[in-house]
Each structure stands twice: as C-alpha cells, then as structure tokens.
Design a protein around this ligand. Structure first.
Ligand code: HEC
Ligand code: HEC
Ligand code: HEC
Ligand code: HEC
Ligand code: HEC
Length: 172
C-alpha cells in the first residue's frame, strides 16, 4: 500500500513538472503583472513631469539604462506629507530607514549573456524608449508590457534603419 502511494506521488510530481514547463513555454501575449517590492507607478511620475532620465540615469552614457536605488527615490519623497499614509510610500520609508536596497525584479527577461546591446548607441540615434519598451509612461502598476526581446525584433528595425545586420555586431 505504502509503495503504491509513493509511486503515485512520483507520477503526480512528474505531471506537475511537465505542466509547469508547458505553461511557462506559452507565455500569453497579454501583459503579466510582475510582483515588485513596491508597486511602482510610471504614469503618476510622468504626469508630474518626472522624466525617464531622472530615474534611469545611465542611458546617455552607458550600455545599461540603470534602475533607481532606494536613496534616489527617498531623496524626492522624504518630506512628503503622506509618506506614512500611502501604503507604497510607507514601504519606501521602511526600506530607507532600515537601509535596505529595493530589489526590483526585471520586467523583461534579460538578453542572453553573449548578446551585445547598448542603450547609448540607440539613444544617440533618437530612437524613443517606447519603440522597444512600449509606453511605460502609461503604466500604473508593474505589468510586463512587451514580450521578451527577440532577434527578429532587433533585425527588423536594423534593416529598416539601415543599421548593420552582421551577426557579429550583436553576437560576441
Ligand atoms: C524626481 C523626483 C522623484 C523621484 C526620483 C521619485 N519620485 Fe515618486 N513621485 C514623485 C512625484 C512628484 C509624485 C507625485 C506626487 C505624490 O504622489 O507624491 C510621486 C509619486 C509616487 C508614489 C505615489 C504613487 C501613486 O500612485 O499615488 C509612490 C509610491 C512613489 N512616488 C514611489 C517612488 C519610488 C519607489 C521611487 C524610486 C524608484 C520614486 N518614487 C522616485 C517624485 C519622484
Ligand atoms: C520615478 C522613477 C522612474 C521614472 C521617472 C521612470 N522609471 Fe522606469 N522604472 C522605475 C522603476 C523603480 C522600475 C522597476 C520597477 C518596475 O518594473 O516598475 C522601472 C522599470 C522600467 C523598465 C523595465 C526594466 C526591466 O526590464 O526590468 C523600463 C523599460 C523603464 N522603466 C523605462 C522607463 C521609461 C521609458 C521612462 C520614461 C517614460 C521611465 N522608465 C520613467 C523607475 C522610474
Ligand atoms: C533599441 C531598443 C531599446 C531602446 C530604444 C531602449 N531600450 Fe531599454 N532595453 C532594451 C533592451 C534590449 C534591454 C535589455 C538589455 C539586457 O537585458 O541586457 C533594455 C533594458 C532596459 C532597462 C533595464 C536594464 C537596464 O539597462 O538598466 C531599463 C531600465 C531600460 N531599458 C530603460 C530604457 C529607457 C529609459 C529608454 C529610453 C531612454 C530605453 N530603455 C530605450 C532595448 C531598448
Ligand atoms: C527601433 C530600431 C532598433 C531596434 C529595435 C534595435 N536597434 Fe540596434 N540599432 C539601431 C540603430 C538605428 C543603430 C545605429 C546604427 C549606427 O550607429 O549607424 C543601432 C545600433 C546597434 C548596435 C551597434 C552597431 C555598430 O555598428 O556597432 C548594436 C550592437 C545593436 N544596435 C544591437 C541591437 C540589439 C541586440 C537589438 C535587439 C535587442 C537592437 N539593436 C534593436 C536600431 C535599432
Ligand atoms: C541586431 C542584432 C542581431 C543580429 C544582427 C543577429 N542576431 Fe542573432 N540574436 C540576437 C538576439 C537579441 C538573440 C537572442 C534572442 C532570441 O533568441 O531571439 C539572438 C539569438 C540568436 C540565436 C539563438 C536563438 C535562436 O533564435 O535561434 C542564433 C542561432 C542566432 N541569433 C544567430 C544569428 C546569425 C547567424 C546572425 C547573422 C546572420 C544573427 N544571429 C544576427 C540578435 C541579433
């Protein structure tokens, strides 16, 4: 009897693992909500004229765009009157006073290690953030807007813009 149920649970576990892969292999096209330490609202900041560059401070000079740290957020919010009232602001206050760095989860799956990509190289050509990321400024929570970056997506625009499509500019 004992042996039989052990065998059964092995089968159940295998089915669970298989269905996990089936589900993750077919990520739906609609936006998916990503759990973040603080539910961040891009739209609210855009409405108050906080620019992308106020928070993503590296894209003009470097390959990465940069995700803001606790201190940068707190600098703007430390004297807010509703700092203790609004749930998400209270969390920010706690992260800061406990000296904990907010660990934001990535919205899009990062590119594979062997791909070369630079924000600076694109931004200097006046390509809008939204061309690649969708309209972040309309996002009121931490949804995943666009699907993962694909080679087709990169190459299609490179063709259009007459940028190089030599394999070795993107592949190390
Ligand atoms: C350059 C200044 C600035 C920076 C940097 C900044 N904020 Fe804000 N934030 C604002 C302004 C302005 C508002 C709108 C007024 C308000 O609600 O306080 C706002 C609103 C908010 C709100 C309320 C949102 C809502 O839906 O009502 C939260 C929560 C918040 N910010 C968190 C953050 C976090 C977390 C960071 C760091 C990733 C951050 N802010 C960085 C200026 C800033
Ligand atoms: C007040 C700070 C702030 C401003 C202003 C801001 N962002 Fe963000 N951004 C964040 C934070 C915090 C995250 C991580 C949390 C999240 O996913 O919402 C993020 C995430 C992102 C991501 C996802 C990165 C990834 O793959 O995980 C993109 C793309 C992005 N922002 C683009 C923009 C663009 C474009 C603008 C201007 C229209 C902008 N952001 C304005 C704070 C900001
Ligand atoms: C040509 C396409 C393209 C444009 C234009 C672009 N991005 Fe990105 N962005 C990407 C790709 C691809 C990644 C993933 C890079 C990786 O995982 O190595 C990324 C990642 C990010 C990230 C998370 C990782 C990081 O670099 O910090 C943020 C934040 C971000 N972008 C913000 C922006 C902002 C803000 C703008 C506009 C100023 C912008 N992006 C313009 C393609 C683009
Ligand atoms: C919306 C259009 C667009 C998209 C999408 C895009 N690129 Fe580009 N890319 C360009 C343009 C335009 C240039 C500039 C070419 C130049 O400097 O003459 C460029 C330049 C580059 C360069 C530097 C080329 C060189 O000559 O050194 C690399 C590397 C690159 N892109 C990789 C990528 C990767 C990887 C992706 C996808 C994740 C991507 N790009 C998506 C338009 C795009
Ligand atoms: C403009 C950038 C760019 C150029 C040019 C480019 N690739 Fe890619 N390639 C990527 C990115 C980004 C990925 C990872 C995302 C993905 O898997 O779609 C990738 C993934 C791949 C993969 C593995 C995943 C897959 O989809 O099969 C192969 C193989 C590959 N590229 C071959 C090539 C070859 C061969 C060339 C030249 C004819 C080339 N690439 C040119 C950006 C580029």
């Amino acid at each position: 009897m004992k042996k039989k149920s052990a065998g059964l649970s092995v089968v159940v576990i295998i089915i669970c693992i298989l269905s996990y892969f089936l589900v993750t292999a077919s990520i739906p096209d609609r936006p998916v909500l990503i759990e973040q330490p603080i539910m961040f609202n891009h739209k609210r900041h855009q409405e108050k004229d906080v620019s992308c560059y106020d928070c993503h401070q590296f894209y003009k000079k470097y390959a990465v765009a940069g995700i803001p740290g606790t201190e940068l957020c707190y600098d703007c919010h430390k004297s807010d009157k509703d700092l203790q009232e609004k749930e998400e602001k209270r969390k920010l206050h706690e992260f800061f006073t406990n000296k904990i760095e907010i660990e934001w989860n990535r919205i899009n799956t990062p590119l594979p290690e062997d791909i070369v990509f630079s924000h600076k190289r694109h931004v200097v050509k006046d390509i809008e953030c939204a061309e690649c990321h969708g309209k972040l400024e309309e996002l009121v929570d931490t949804k995943r807007l666009v699907q993962d970056f694909t080679m087709d997506g990169c190459v299609e625009c490179h063709r259009q813009e007459q940028a190089s499509i030599d394999c070795l500019i993107c592949h190390k």
